[in-house]
Design a protein around this ligand. Structure first.
Ligand SMILES: NC(=O)c1ccc[n+]([C@@H]2O[C@H](COP(=O)([O-])OP(=O)(O)OC[C@H]3O[C@@H](n4cnc5c(N)ncnc54)[C@H](OP(=O)(O)O)[C@@H]3O)[C@@H](O)[C@H]2O)c1
Length: 326
C-alpha cells in the first residue's frame, strides 16, 4: 500500500515550472498528438507540431493556432520531442527524420513504451528517454482537460542523461491534465506489456469479439436484428458506466435478480479455467516478444474484421436512426 502511494503523483506534488522555459515539439497531429499539443498550449507552454511534408494535418494545426514545421525542423527547434505517430511507423520516422537532428541533452517523450521496450527504436545515451502515457484516447484527454479535469497517466524513465527526467514527466503530465486525477510511476516494460495485454484480453480483442459473437448467436437463432443489437451492443455503455463509476459490488446490487444470478452463474461458465489458460498464453506471447514479431509482419488496414460485417451494418443503420430521431 505504501509502495503504491509512493508511486502516485498528484497535482500538488508538481508544478509546470520546469517546462516553462522549455520548447516542446509534438511529432504527429492525430489522436494523441492534437489533444496533447492543445492541452500543453492551453497550459501556457511553448509548443510546436512536426509533420511530414505535404501532411493533410497542416491546416488543422494552423487553425488551432500552433506553429507547424517539417519533422527535422521541429526536432531542431525543441528541447523535448514527443513522438505521437503510429507505433509501427515510428522506428522509420525516428531513424530518418529525428535521430540525425537530436542534439546532446534533448529529451524524447513517448506515450507508449512499445518501441523502446522491444528495442525497435535505439536512442543514444546523451538523450533523455521518458514516457507519459495517458490511460485514454486523445478525444478524452482533450475533453477532460477542457472540463478542468484529466485522465490518469503512467510515467516512466528509460534514460535520465540530464538528471531532470523526473521533472519533465511530472510537469508534462500536469500540463496535459494527468496529475489532476493521478500519475503513476511505472516502467517502459510494465506499461508496454500490461497495455498490450489489456487491449487484447478486453478492450480491442475480448470485448468486441464477445459482442460480435453474442449478436451473431441471436441472429442465427432467428431473433430480430434490432432487438439483438440493443441487448448486445447498445446496452454495453450504460452497464460499463455503472460498474466503472461504482465498482462491482454496487453494480451487482443495482441490477435485477435475474441479471445478477444469470450473469454470475453463466459468466463463470464462459470465463472458465480454459479461458484463464488462454489469457496466460496471450500474456506469455507479449512477454516473450512473439506477439511483437508477429505484429511486424501483419500491419493491416484500419477497419473492423470481415466477421464483424453484419454487426457493423446494423450499427450504422441504428446509429443513423437514433441520430435522426434526436
Ligand atoms: N490512440 C490512443 O488511444 C492512444 C492512447 C495512449 C497512447 N497512445 C500512443 O500514442 C502514440 C500515437 O498514437 P495515435 O493513436 O495518436 O497515432 P495516430 O493518431 O495514428 O497518428 C496520426 C499522426 O501520425 C502521422 N503519421 C502517420 N504516418 C506518418 C509517417 N509515415 N510520417 C510522419 N507522420 C506520420 C499522421 O500524419 P498526417 O497528419 O500527415 O496524416 C498523423 O499526424 C502511440 O505511441 C500510441 O501507442 C495512443
Amino acid at each position: 500500500m505504501n509502495q503504491m502511494r509512493k508511486n502516485i503523483i498528484s497535482d500538488k506534488d508538481t508544478s509546470l515550472d520546469y517546462l516553462k522555459n522549455k520548447k516542446i515539439s509534438i511529432i504527429g497531429y492525430g489522436n494523441q498528438g492534437r489533444a496533447q499539443a492543445l492541452n500543453l498550449k492551453d497550459s501556457g507552454l511553448s509548443v510546436s507540431v512536426g509533420l511530414r511534408k505535404n501532411s493533410k494535418s497542416i491546416s488543422s494545426v494552423i487553425k488551432d493556432g500552433i506553429s507547424v514545421f517539417e519533422i527535422p525542423e521541429a526536432v531542431r527547434w525543441a528541447d523535448i520531442i514527443c513522438l505521437l505517430i503510429p507505433d509501427t511507423i515510428a522506428p522509420d520516422v525516428y531513424n530518418s527524420q529525428i535521430k540525425p537532428f537530436l542534439e546532446d541533452g534533448k529529451a524524447l517523450l513517448f506515450s507508449h513504451g512499445y518501441n523502446i521496450h522491444y528495442k525497435k527504436i535505439i536512442v543514444d545515451n546523451n538523450i533523455d528517454v521518458v514516457m507519459v502515457a495517458p490511460s485514454a484516447g486523445g478525444a478524452i484527454v482533450r475533453k477532460e482537460y477542457k472540463k478542468g479535469y484529466g485522465v490518469p497517466t503512467l510515467l516512466a524513465i528509460k534514460n535520465d542523461y540530464s538528471g531532470s527526467a523526473f521533472d519533465i514527466i511530472k510537469s508534462y503530465s500536469k500540463a496535459i491534465g494527468g496529475t489532476k486525477v493521478c500519475a503513476f510511476v511505472s516502467t517502459f516494460k510494465e506499461e508496454t506489456e500490461t497495455d498490450i495485454f489489456g487491449e487484447q484480453a478486453i478492450l480491442t480483442g475480448g470485448l468486441p469479439y464477445l459482442i460480435n459473437s453474442s449478436y451473431n448467436t441471436l441472429i442465427e437463432n432467428g431473433y430480430d436484428s434490432t432487438v439483438a443489437w440493443f441487448v448486445c451492443y447498445y446496452e454495453i455503455k450504460t452497464i460499463v458506466d455503472l460498474f466503472h463509476n461504482k465498482g462491482f459490488d454496487e453494480f451487482y446490487s443495482l441490477i435485477s435478480d435475474t441479471a445478477r444470478y444469470g450473469g454470475i452463474s453463466r459468466g463463470k461458465k464462459l470465463i472458465d479455467k480454459n479461458f484463464d489458460l488462454k489469457l496466460s498464453s496471450i500474456l506469455e506471447d507479449i512477454k516473450s516478444g512473439k506477439f511483437n514479431k508477429e505484429l511486424s509482419k501483419n500491419i493491416d488496414e484500419r477497419r473492423s474484421p470481415e466477421s464483424f460485417k453484419s454487426l457493423e451494418d446494423k450499427t450504422k443503420e441504428m446509429l443513423e436512426l437514433i441520430k435522426n430521431k434526436i
